[in-house]
Structures are given as structure tokens and as C-alpha cells.
Design a binder for this molecule. Structure first.
Ligand SMILES: NC(=O)c1ccc[n+]([C@@H]2O[C@H](COP(=O)([O-])OP(=O)(O)OC[C@H]3O[C@@H](n4cnc5c(N)ncnc54)[C@H](O)[C@@H]3O)[C@@H](O)[C@H]2O)c1
Length: 454
């Protein structure tokens, strides 16, 4: 069976047309076996020939593609936003992409507006119901234009819809780890059942029903207003949050603020076993469009999420590491304090910064026994696969990023591009992220290294 995957790419409107090409550059730079097909759905096409979604559009997406990568929709020239509604909500509703998965992960402390937050403190995920709620756009208006006008917007919640999204959240919790390798352990259901008793009552009942099936997972509840306050007071307490369409929409913009803003946030619209759609959380941001200033990181992280969903976790991990590297080296757009253009940042992240394998080939499949430091030196002691022992000394150390380096199996020691006169050395890990030890890394910026067989 071919491992090649087919991806439909729909950049859409505004900054969607600027950030998606960066995500594509980065996907292509990984060499992952994918075939991309572009679709011109969006405001330009709608204004040209009145088409929002061509006949059979959704059937083609579902039948011929493994995944869909989307930018954003919304254009001031289409005040009704009819095209956005038909394309975006059409995909979510008609393709029944019922789980909107929005990871909220702080990549670097510098990005968080809250004091003292570290990446380990903010690593939760919001699972938003994506096909029901007030967004089904049912309702009525009576006595329009008079003082007696009444507008009713219906909030639709079905037992089956609520059951499947809450189950998805429990399953997600059971099968996913945090970035630091610790298992996820808690699901929090967020509603407003004190005021919206009909819908809230159903969510409460189903949540209770399913909690019993997952005794190893702690079940929690918060009203949405209290949750917003807690999210800015202490986001460390969150793990997996499940909520309805509207609350999920709102709280994930707030959550994006914790990660560095809307330009940083990624999402997937998923129906397990079917063609799913991936898009950055942000919209088309018309004031930013055409200026080459939009942050492409949300779109690039969305691409990584899509590749992981398609089974390319190594490539996904590489893309996430490149984004993290860009942030650490202050290669960013202006919304998060940098000065790079959208396209230049995409080039920088996509460009292979691999310089050479260094060290000794006998490191292969070896283990790091000990890491010690003294003044500006770092000593890494290694036992190779064949039992040979090495000591690797880094001099003039500027920075060390590491996480449980003793847990990794060394693939190689490689040199990556770094601003001169520094050199950057990375021990690559041969484990997959989902394996025990797969999240371990050791990344050193120093002036030099020397390797001795002992
Ligand atoms: N999924 C979608 O397609 C989607 C989502 C939200 C809004 N929209 C549509 O987008 C249009 C604009 O909506 P909006 O202004 O409420 O939301 P928006 O997300 O487009 O932008 C809000 C603000 O967030 C910041 N921002 C967003 N993305 C950014 C990025 N990549 N880099 C830097 N800064 C970024 C900007 O300051 C921007 O003005 C509307 O037509 C709306 O309907 C579409």
C-alpha cells in the first residue's frame, strides 16, 4: 500500500493566502511523500463567478484526499460573509468534522503575557464540538424593524452529538501525552448549565455517564465564565477541556493569547477515519493582508499537526523543532516582537539548517550516560551501541536546551546552522515522540566541541 498522501490546499482569503504558502514550503522541505492540489475557493472566486463551493466540492474532498489544509475565509468585499459560511462551516458541518482539536501549548516563556509561566505550565488542549450549537444558524425574527422585534438564535444540542464529542475528549486524554512526556489525566467539561439549563442538562448528564467509563481519568467541571477567569489566573490547572461550539470558539481565542497570540495557534477539524481538515485558529485579518507581516507560525504548526495525523510524526516533530528554534533565535514576525516578514520567516523555517554529522559514527544507537557542566564547559559521556565509550566536550557554551537526555537513544550528533561565532550541536533522538523517551533532547550552542574515545 502506498504511503503517499494526498492533501487539498485551500488558502482562502486575506492572510490565509500569505501564511499557507509558508506552511507548504515547510512541508515540502521535510521531503514527506505528499501530493498537493490547490483549490481557489474564497472571496476572489465568489466575486468572479458567484461560486462558493463548486458542485460535488465536499464529495471530492472527502473521496480524493487524505487531509485538507485551509487558510482562512473572510473578506470585506463580501459583507455577508456568505462564501466563508458556505466553505468553512460547510466543510465542518457537511463533512461532519465534529471534533475541533485546538492544542494550547506555550513554546517559549517569552511568548506568554502572564508572569512566570514556563512551557511546562501551559500545555492543554481544547476539544470543541464543531457541528452543533448556535452555529447551525437556526432561528427566526419576528416584527423585524419594529420596536417589538424578537430575534431567536437556536442552540442545537443532540444526544449523539454531545456523546461523541465528550467520548472523543476522554479518548484523546487516554491516548495522548503532554509535550514533556507526562500522560494526560484529566478531562474538564465547560458549560453554562446554571443559566442554559436545557442544553447544559444534557451535557451534564452525558458527561457523568461517560466519566464512569473512564475511571482512570479525573472528570472536572467549570462554568465558562469561571473558566475564563481561571485561564488567565492560573492556566497550569488545565489538561483536556471539552466544550460546545460557541464556548470553544471563544475560549480558544483567549487561550491563543497565552501562547503568543492568534498567529501562534493551530487546529484540526477531525472525524476519525474520514478526511479531516486543518487550519490555523486565526481568521483572514484584513488589516494585515498584503503587507507580508502576518505570523505564519500558526499555519506552520497546523501543517505539523496535519502531518502527525497522517502518520508522519517524525516530520511533524522536525517542523515543531524548527518553529521553536526560530522563536529562540528571535526570528519572528512583529506580532511576537520580531522584525521578519511572513515569507522570509517561512523561508528561514523551511530552509534545511543541517550542516554536518559530527562526533563519531559509533554513537549510533548509543546512550547518554551523564551530562555535567563546569564554568562554560559541558561534558557529555556516551556509550555507543558497540560498548565503546566517548566523552564529548563543548567549550564556550552559550546555551543548553535539554529534556531528560539520558532517556534518548542517540541517532547522531549533528551540527546545525547558528549565528556565528556560535556553533549549534544537536543530539538527535531515534525514538518516535510517542515512544518512552521520545520527547528527550539535548541541544547545545557553544564555540567548539572535541570528542575523545575513552
Ligand atoms: N477560520 C476562519 O476562517 C476564520 C476565523 C476567525 C475569523 N474569520 C474571519 O476573518 C475576518 C477577520 O476576523 P477577525 O478580525 O475577527 O479575526 P482575525 O483572527 O482575522 O484577526 C484578529 C486580529 O488578530 C491578529 N492576528 C490574527 N492572525 C494573525 C497572524 N497570523 N499574525 C499576526 N496577527 C494576527 C491581528 O491583530 C488581527 O487583526 C472576518 O471576516 C472573520 O469572519 C475567519
Amino acid at each position: 500500500m502506498s504511503t503517499r498522501k494526498t492533501i487539498a490546499v485551500i488558502p482562502g482569503d486575506g492572510i490565509g493566502k500569505e501564511v499557507i504558502p509558508q506552511a507548504v514550503k515547510v512541508i515540502e522541505a521535510t521531503g514527506v511523500p505528499v501530493d498537493l492540489t490547490y483549490f481557489d475557493w474564497g472571496a476572489d472566486r465568489y466575486l468572479k463567478d458567484g461560486t462558493t463551493v463548486p458542485p460535488d466540492g465536499f464529495e471530492i474532498l472527502a473521496r480524493d484526499f487524505d487531509a485538507i489544509l485551509v487558510g482562512a475565509f473572510g473578506d470585506p468585499r463580501v459583507p455577508s460573509n456568505i462564501h466563508a459560511k458556505e466553505i468553512l462551516l460547510g466543510m465542518r458541518f457537511k463533512m461532519d468534522l465534529y471534533a475541533n482539536v485546538r492544542p494550547v501549548r506555550l513554546l517559549d516563556a517569552s511568548l506568554c503575557p502572564l508572569k512566570g509561566m514556563e512551557p511546562k505550565d501551559i500545555d492543554f488542549v481544547v476539544i470543541r464540538e464543531n457541528t452543533e450549537g448556535p452555529y447551525v444558524d437556526r432561528g427566526s425574527i419576528t416584527d423585524k424593524g419594529t420596536e417589538d422585534e424578537v430575534a431567536i438564535q437556536e442552540d442545537v444540542n443532540t444526544y449523539k452529538g454531545v456523546l461523541r464529542i465528550i467520548r472523543y475528549a476522554f479518548e484523546y486524554c487516554a491516548h495522548n501525552k503532554k509535550a514533556d512526556g507526562t500522560p494526560r489525566a484529566r478531562v474538564l467539561m465547560c458549560d453554562k448549565s446554571n443559566a442554559m439549563t436545557y442544553a447544559g442538562g444534557l451535557w451534564q448528564r452525558v458527561f457523568k455517564e461517560l466519566s464512569g467509563e473512564y475511571p482512570q481519568i479525573k472528570s472536572e467541571h467549570m462554568y465558562v465564565d469561571a473558566l475564563c477567569a481561571q485561564m488567565v489566573r492560573d492556566p497550569r490547572q488545565f489538561d483536556v477541556i471539552v466544550t460546545n461550539n460557541m464556548f470553544g470558539d471563544i475560549i480558544t481565542d483567549l487561550a491563543a493569547g497565552l501562547q503568543g497570540g492568534l498567529g501562534m495557534a493551530a487546529s484540526g477539524n477531525i472525524h476519525p477515519g474520514r478526511t479531516s481538515m486543518f487550519e490555523p485558529v486565526h481568521g483572514s485579518a484584513p488589516p494585515l493582508a498584503g503587507k507580508n507581516i502576518a505570523n505564519p507560525m500558526g499555519a506552520i504548526l497546523t501543517a505539523a499537526m496535519m502531518l502527525r495525523h497522517l502518520g508522519f510524526s517524525r516530520e511533524a516533530r522536525r517542523i515543531e523543532a524548527e518553529v521553536l528554534d526560530a522563536i529562540r533565535q528571535k526570528r519572528t514576525t512583529q506580532d511576537i516582537g520580531g522584525a521578519m516578514g511572513t515569507s522570509e520567516l517561512g523561508d528561514w523555517i523551511a530552509k534545511s539548517k543541517f550542516i554536518a554529522h559530527v562526533g563519531d559514527p559509533d554513537f549510533h544507537d548509543g546512550a547518554i550516560i551523564r551530562v555535567t557542566s563546569e564554568a562554560d564547559q559541558l561534558l557529555v559521556e556516551i556509550e555507543g551501541f558497540s560498548g565503546a565509550q566517548f566523552s564529548v566536550r563543548f567549550d564556550g557554551v552559550k546555551s543548553v536546551f535539554s529534556h531528560k537526555p539520558e532517556d534518548m537513544t542517540i541517532d547522531a550528533l549533528v551540527e546545525m546552522e547558528a549565528p556565528p561565532p556560535s556553533r549549534r550541536f544537536v543530539f538527535t533522538n531515534s525514538y518516535e515522540p510517542e515512544d518512552e523517551g521520545g520527547d528527550a533532547y539535548l541541544d547545545i550552542t557553544a564555540e567548539n566541541l572535541s570528542v575523545k574515545k575513552v
